[in-house]
Design a protein around this ligand. Structure first.
Ligand SMILES: C[S@@+](CC[C@H](N)C(=O)[O-])C[C@H]1O[C@@H](n2cnc3c(N)ncnc32)[C@H](O)[C@@H]1O
Length: 358
């Protein structure tokens, strides 16, 4: 996320004046001795202010159960951030996830998490903050965020989700709205759905209402089609350039084979991100949903790239080109692609259908 955007987000949060789960002394929490009450509640005393702060309390059980119910399905790859009392962890386990990754940072809670995880083969314990997972490639079907005194949350959570959520993943987080304001935490997603839960909390520092709203965002990856950003776009019969440098496109009227040069001005080019790209003839990297010309039954027609088979004849700039190899990158590497809103243009000497209806 660009620095300016981070600043803007942080300012927005400040403006919302939400009393979220932090005392403002985030470092002190991680250094503090926690108290584990008889009923399991976790509290700590801030040595600077002598205030007692609750980290997690058992009245939240119905909230945690609802969060697991609306986000987790059997077989899912689940990421849970913040173990606390393990209430949410139990609720997630009860739904039989495929894998259940749990991040925890407090030195007194990590041993509790490890003991709890011992007989659960699908649990992966991460003794580190959730942000550290940006370095691994795994994606998740559900991300349940409930940390405490966490300075990474507001600046990085949205970006993190973008990197780690699989298409259609369900995301939930602690909704700080409850204390004194009617503002709900949406993380600036405009399509968050709230599931109401009736609760009866005893007087506490962070939530004293009778209803809690479990937020759920279904994360749909931006989709689209196009070719890799550094592809060679044919700009004339003799030249090809990458999209930033191209000032024209070589296009073709497929009915009579006439080629012409179209000025780049006025041609819309959309940059987007995509994973799961095909490489044709070891050079043209293209999204599977892109339409491309192919000769079938002795006629030129269009198919989606993912329907091509080796041996197909493609429409080349200088004649038919045999498709000799087609490989698919199934990794979760996200790469920038360009969609050109133009019918019938050549990339790497191969004619693509393009345009808005491709
Ligand atoms: C409110 S509790 C979680 C309660 C839990 N959902 C439950 O059902 O019991 C918050 C937990 O997040 C942990 N935590 C704080 N910052 C963290 C971070 N950056 N990454 C992972 N865990 C963190 C805290 O140590 C604490 O155990």
């Amino acid at each position: 996320m660009a620095a300016a955007v981070v600043v803007e987000v942080v300012n927005k949060i400040k403006n919302m004046n939400i009393p979220y789960r932090t005392s403002g002394t985030q470092e002190n929490y991680h250094a503090a001795d926690l108290t584990f009450r008889e009923n399991g509640d976790i509290v700590w005393t801030n040595p600077v202010t002598n205030e007692i702060w609750e980290v997690m309390m058992d009245w939240e059980i119905p909230i945690m159960q609802k969060a697991a119910e609306v986000c987790v399905e059997a077989g899912d790859d689940v990421l849970e951030c913040g173990f606390g009392m393990g209430i949410l962890s139990d609720a997630i386990q009860a739904r039989n996830p495929g894998t259940h990754t749990i991040c925890e940072t407090h030195p007194q809670i990590i041993p509790k998490l490890k003991a709890w995880a011992k007989d659960k083969p699908n649990v992966i314990v991460i003794e580190d903050k959730w942000l550290s997972l940006l370095n691994e490639r795994k994606g998740y079907d559900a991300i349940l965020m409930d940390t405490y005194a966490d300075p990474d949350l507001h600046p990085h959570f949205r970006y993190f989700v973008k990197q780690k959520a699989k298409d259609g993943a369900k995301i939930t987080w602690w909704n700080f709205s409850g204390g004194t304001t009617d503002e709900y935490m949406r993380f600036y997603w405009d399509d968050v759905v709230f599931h109401d839960v009736a609760i009866s909390p005893p007087e506490n520092q962070y939530y004293n209402r009778k209803v809690y709203h479990v937020p759920v965002k279904i994360y749909n990856r931006e989709t689209g089609f196009g070719v890799l950003s550094n592809s060679n776009f044919n700009t004339s019969e003799t030249e090809a350039k990458n999209l930033e440098e191209a000032r024209s496109f070589l296009i073709c009227d497929i009915s009579n084979g006439t080629k012409s040069v179209k000025d780049v001005d006025g041609v819309e080019r959309l940059a987007m991100y995509c994973e799961g790209l095909y490489t044709l003839n070891e050079s043209l990297v293209i999204a599977g949903s892109h339409s491309i010309y192919v000769k079938r039954n002795n006629q030129w027609t269009t198919v989606k790239v993912n329907e091509l088979v080796v041996g197909d004849k493609l429409y080349g700039k200088d004649g038919e080109v045999e498709l000799t190899s087609k490989t698919f990158d199934s990794s979760e590497t996200t790469r920038q692609i360009y969609k050109v809103m133009l019918n019938n243009y050549f990339v790497n000497d191969i004619l693509l259908k393009g345009g808005s209806d491709a």
